[in-house]
Each structure stands twice: as C-alpha cells, then as structure tokens.
Design a protein around this ligand. Structure first.
Ligand SMILES: *[C@@H]1O[C@H](CO)[C@@H](O)[C@H](O)[C@H]1NC(C)=O
Ligand SMILES: *[C@@H]1O[C@H](CO)[C@@H](O)[C@H](O)[C@H]1NC(C)=O
Ligand SMILES: *[C@@H]1O[C@H](CO)[C@@H](O)[C@H](O)[C@H]1NC(C)=O
Length: 349
C-alpha cells in the first residue's frame, strides 16, 4: 500500500502546474500531452512498470515535464520500467526524470526510427537524475516501397540527440542494434548518436555491451557516434560491440570527447569489419582521463586522422592474444597524438 501525501496548499502556489501519479501508459501520455500548454510536475513510484500495448511515441514540443519519485529514493531499489515507450522531446522542450528508469524493447521488433528509445531535438534537454538502463532495442532502415535502393537510413539504436542528454546516475546500454534494409547500409551510432549540435553527459560513467550494427558497409560508431560533445565522468566499459569502424567510439571532425575525473575506460571484444579503429576512430578532439585498457580489440585499436587531437592517459594498456595481430595504433603524421611513456602494448607488432 502506498499513499500519496500532497499538501493542498502546494497546489495554490503552483498555478499552471499539474500534480498526479503516473501509473499507466495513458497517464504518461496525458502528462506529455499536457506540456502543450504548461509546465507539468507529476510523480511516479520508484518501481512502477509502465507498459504500452503497442509501440508509443511520448512527444513533447514545449515546456518542462518533471517526473519526481513518489517515495524517497534512498529507501528503494529497482527502477521504473518502460516497455514499448519512446520519448520524443523537441523544439526546446525539457524532460527531467527522477526515478531509475529501465527502457525495455522487444528483441523481435525492429523500429523504423532514429533513436529507438529517446530522441532529443536541437535545443531540447532530457535529463535523468538517477540510473538509466536500455536493453533489447533495435532499429532498422525504412524501406521505400518502390525501390530496393531508396530507404531512409536510421541512426542511434537507443538514443539520438541534437540537444542535451544527461544521466546523473549509471548509464547502461545492452543490445541496442541497427540493421540496414534493402540495398541501404545501416546508419551510425549503435547505442548513441550525437549530432553536431548535441551533447551527452554521463556523470557516473557508461556501460555499453552486446551492441551490433549489422549488414555490410556503413554503420560506424557501434557504441557512441559523436559529432557534438560527449563528457564522461565515471569508470566506463565498452564490451562485445561490432560495427564497420570506430566500433566502441567514432568521434567525428570538429567533435569533442572528454573523459574526466580520472575515469577509467575498459574496452573488450571489439570487432571492426572494415579494419578501421576498433576502440576509437578519432577525427576530432579526444581526451582520456584515467587509464584506458583495451583487451581483444581488433587492430588497429585507435585510428587518429590528420585533423585529430588525441590524449592517451598514464598507465593505459593494449592487450591482444590474437595470432594475426597488426599494429595497435594508426596515427596520421599530421595528427596531434599524446602518448605517455607508461602506456604498454602486449602482443601487438
Ligand atoms: C495524447 O495526444 C495524442 C495525440 O494528440 C492522442 O492520440 C492521445 O489520445 C492523447 N492521450 C492522452 C492520454 O491524452
Ligand atoms: C513515432 O515517431 C516516429 C518519428 O519520430 C514516426 O516515424 C513513427 O511512425 C511513430 N510511431 C508511432 C507508432 O506513432
Ligand atoms: C520534484 O523534484 C525536483 C528535483 O528534485 C524538486 O526540485 C521539486 O521540488 C520536486 N517537486 C515536487 C512537487 O516534489
């Protein structure tokens, strides 16, 4: 039994703000709909399961929606699970979500959208104040009925952002996949696609695993494809990922990618089908903070192009047990590449 305690006086002071408890798919949709005319604050129980019968876009194009926990989160474990729900926040709107959230997809279903779970437009913000998980979310290119060739390439298996996407707790992405269709290659950003105007902050690190961009040709950045700015303050893992190049991370020209606060980065089992940069393909600015450890990542592990600046941190290591190893690093002679003397290579040429 849970009872909601809302002071009747608080309503008097918050004119234009609605209060309610989100328990169903319809409740959540109603809260999103109400943002058309006003800021909305609602509450959700820390382990409320919200399941829509069919795949549903929850769309907001103005104002702010705040979903607070109905209980003190210090006393609750678990998360609010969202099944068949996709959040679309555009046109400057802002979403703030306090409970732990777990997006659950259907491994049999492939969605024809950019960002299978969350889409953030330019100027908009989606901010999760606690842990975020996404699992089993798959997107596929949209096929033009009349042609095998013309199809709309979809990108960002789990998240697509041209605005700000912020997670204050731990962020975990498992099985966020992209598939091509017809003659068209799959799009970039297996778990996360960050556009040129976009930014992503993972304030307690990120874990991305079992994520695949399938089909030949195309499909860069199996973990994170970044054209904007990414900041990761917390130990992170990129494991069991496959894509064409920049398998864990693809950092585009003009893009910025920072690990901060001594955050370590662990990379394992990365498969680059085009033999270009399994751990990182860098065309922009990229900075590690704590040690980076690469284990069983296909060679070359890091590719740095002429336009790039890359800073590797102390005590980083590259390990391979592969008999057909190549060189760990492929650095253009015009690239700016900082490698401390403490970095070790085991098994590479
Ligand atoms: C929310 O808006 C959509 C689109 O206008 C509508 O189809 C849906 O019925 C509304 N849902 C609720 C619960 O208000
Ligand atoms: C959800 O939104 C996308 C565009 O963001 C659209 O292509 C798709 O058809 C929508 N799906 C549903 C079920 O409304
Ligand atoms: C909702 O949460 C925000 C952020 O924690 C807080 O500032 C605000 O006071 C809360 N509102 C209500 C009505 O509990």
């Amino acid at each position: 039994m849970f009872s909601e305690i809302v002071s009747p006086f608080s309503l008097l002071f918050l004119v234009g703000v609605a209060h309610g408890l989100i328990e169903t798919c319809e409740d959540l949709q109603a809260a999103f709909n109400l943002t058309q005319t006003q800021d909305v604050i609602d509450e959700i129980h820390p382990f409320q399961d919200i399941e829509c019968e069919t795949f549903t876009n929850m769309t907001m194009t103005s104002n702010t929606l705040t979903l607070n926990s109905s209980e003190n989160l210090d006393n609750f474990f678990g998360s609010s699970s969202l099944t068949n729900v996709r959040l679309v926040v555009t046109n400057g709107a802002e979403l703030i979500w306090e409970t732990h959230v777990n997006f659950i997809g259907d491994e049999e279903v492939e969605l024809m959208v950019d960002g299978g779970a969350v889409f953030v437009g330019e100027g908009s913000t989606v901010h999760f104040l606690n842990d975020l998980e996404m699992e089993d979310i798959r997107i596929i290119n949209e096929r033009d009925e009349d042609s095998d060739f013309a199809s709309f390439v979809r990108s960002g298996g789990c998240v697509w952002t041209a605005g700000s996407f912020i997670v204050d707790g731990e962020a975990t992405f498992t099985r966020c996949d992209i598939t091509g269709a017809g003659e068209s290659p799959p799009g970039p950003g297996g778990a996360i696609y960050v556009g040129a105007t976009g930014s992503v902050s993972f304030n307690q690190g990120v874990a991305i695993s079992e994520t695949f961009i399938t089909d030949d040709f195309g499909g860069q950045g199996g973990g994170i494809y970044n054209l904007g700015e990414v900041t990761i303050a917390g130990d992170s893992r990129f494991e069991d990922i496959s894509a064409s190049s920049g398998v864990a991370i693809y950092n585009g020209e003009g893009a910025e990618f920072y690990f901060t606060n001594d955050a370590s980065a662990f990379f394992r089992d990365l498969n680059n089908r085009d033999s270009v940069g399994s751990g990182l393909t860098n065309l922009g600015y990229f900075e590690f903070s704590g040690p980076a450890l690469f284990v069983e990542a296909d060679a070359p592990v890091i590719v740095a192009t002429e336009t790039s600046q890359t800073i590797l941190s102390e005590n980083s290591a590259f390990w391979t047990f592969d008999e057909e190893f190549g060189e760990a690093l492929s650095v253009d002679e015009a690239a700016d590449f900082t490698i401390p003397a403490s970095v070790v290579f085991v098994g590479f040429e």
